[in-house]
Design a protein around this ligand. Structure first.
Ligand SMILES: Cc1cc2nc3c(=O)[nH]c(=O)nc-3n(C[C@H](O)[C@H](O)[C@H](O)COP(=O)(O)O)c2cc1C
Length: 217
């Protein structure tokens, strides 16, 4: 292969910050909140973009980026098509993992836990808050299915635009809505020099009781 970039030689040393067990919040959501605010206030592009991994019943994982749309003590929320690949996998195996990779901050957050659908009311409330073009998109796109051409998609959009020309808000498709990941493991990773990174992991022991440990990098 004629490749002028030596991938093996790409290397960064991380020196921006440190993470000590004594300094982290007792609850992982409070710690996430602290880091997320830093990511939002600094030049991180789309700080709410996260990788979501799911696993099918045969144990085969798949991963993709989705947008975080909310977080609180109960967990992390995102929205998607329930009939997509991730939706089908979650139907069969309701566990998943999230990864935030904030390279500009040399920080990573890994989250694992059970994923359940939000209530129809919560999904509808968020659906209605989206721009009309996104609402049309949710109806137009049979997410993760094979389509013959882009044209087909654009025709569907045009026909929906005509159908809903007089309406500001479309009804929410039943196959589109939110999920909540309730975390039982959350790891905060801070890049350090010479690959001796800081890793602090929260592990849920029982309701509200989080064990906090340092992991080797
Ligand atoms: C920055 C970014 C944000 C995205 N946000 C979402 C999202 O919030 N919801 C979603 O369903 N797909 C989102 N996608 C598209 C997904 O990565 C993916 O292509 C789609 O959900 C289909 O995944 P699946 O076939 O594994 O179910 C986003 C992609 C990128 C790159």
């Amino acid at each position: 292969m004629n490749n002028t970039i030596s991938v093996a030689d790409l290397r960064e040393d991380y020196r921006q910050a440190t993470l000590e067990i004594e300094d982290v919040a007792p609850h992982p959501i409070a710690q996430f909140d602290e880091w997320f605010k830093i990511a939002c206030s600094q030049a991180v592009k789309e700080p709410n973009a996260m990788v979501l991994a799911t696993v099918n019943p045969q144990g085969r994982p798949s991963a993709r980026v989705v947008l975080l749309k909310g977080y609180d003590e109960s967990g992390f929320t995102f929205f998607t098509n329930y009939q997509s690949q991730k939706g089908k996998e979650l139907e069969e195996n309701p566990f998943g993992a999230l990864v935030f990779n904030w390279l500009e901050l040399e920080k990573q957050v890994r989250i694992e836990g059970k994923i359940q659908k939000l209530s129809p009311e919560e999904s509808t409330s968020y659906f209605k808050s989206r721009p009309k073009s996104s609402q049309i998109g949710a109806w137009a796109s049979p997410q993760s299915t094979v389509i013959e051409s882009r044209n087909l998609l654009e025709e569907r959009v045009q026909s929906l635009q005509a159908q809903y020309a007089q309406t500001e808000t479309l009804p929410r498709p039943e196959h589109w809505g939110g999920y909540l990941l309730s975390p039982d493991r959350v790891e905060f990773w801070q890049g350090r020099t010479s690959r001796l990174h800081d890793r602090i992991r929260y592990h849920l022991q029982s309701q509200g009781d989080w064990k906090i440990e340092r992991l080797a990098p």
